[in-house]
Design a protein. Structure first.
Length: 140
């Protein structure tokens, strides 16, 4: 089950049903099952506090993923800074919703087991993001 929460933001997410269906398809494409996934939309300050408190990092980021997966069942928390997504959208010249969906699927890909520490990992992650973003465009 996917749940959506909002912390320190007035952002409204109107595509919960479509998004949940899409993420279920992503999981199934990767031979995984959805467990409990929380998507928490928040502000830069909120995610900075999470980053400092739990990870010991003192910087802003667009997403922090906490992995609670067991076996092939995906469970975790995806903290997504709406402020950072807006900034990235402007910086990369992409539509806000496209950037938001990229960040959401990026978090799910981390739960699936993909990483982005090496250049090779980053390329693989970007290819997967693009593939699943294209899948989402055909859903909605």
């Amino acid at each position: 089950m996917i749940s959506y929460y909002f912390e320190d933001t007035d952002f409204v997410f109107r595509e919960k049903s479509l998004n949940s269906r899409w993420l279920k398809m992503v999981a199934e494409s990767e031979i995984k099952r959805l467990g409990n996934i929380s998507v928490i939309f928040c502000s830069d300050n909120y995610i900075l506090d999470i980053n400092q408190r739990y990870l010991g990092h003192d910087y802003f980021t667009d997403i922090i993923t906490f992995d609670y997966c067991q076996g092939d069942r995906l469970s975790g928390d995806l903290f997504i800074s709406i402020d950072s997504v807006r900034e990235n959208s402007t910086e990369f010249g992409t539509a806000f919703n496209d950037e938001l969906n990229r960040v959401i699927v990026h978090g799910l890909l981390h739960l699936i087991g993909y990483d982005d520490h090496s250049e090779s990992d980053v390329r693989t992650m970007r290819e997967k993001e693009n593939y699943y973003l294209d899948m989402r465009r055909h859903l909605g």
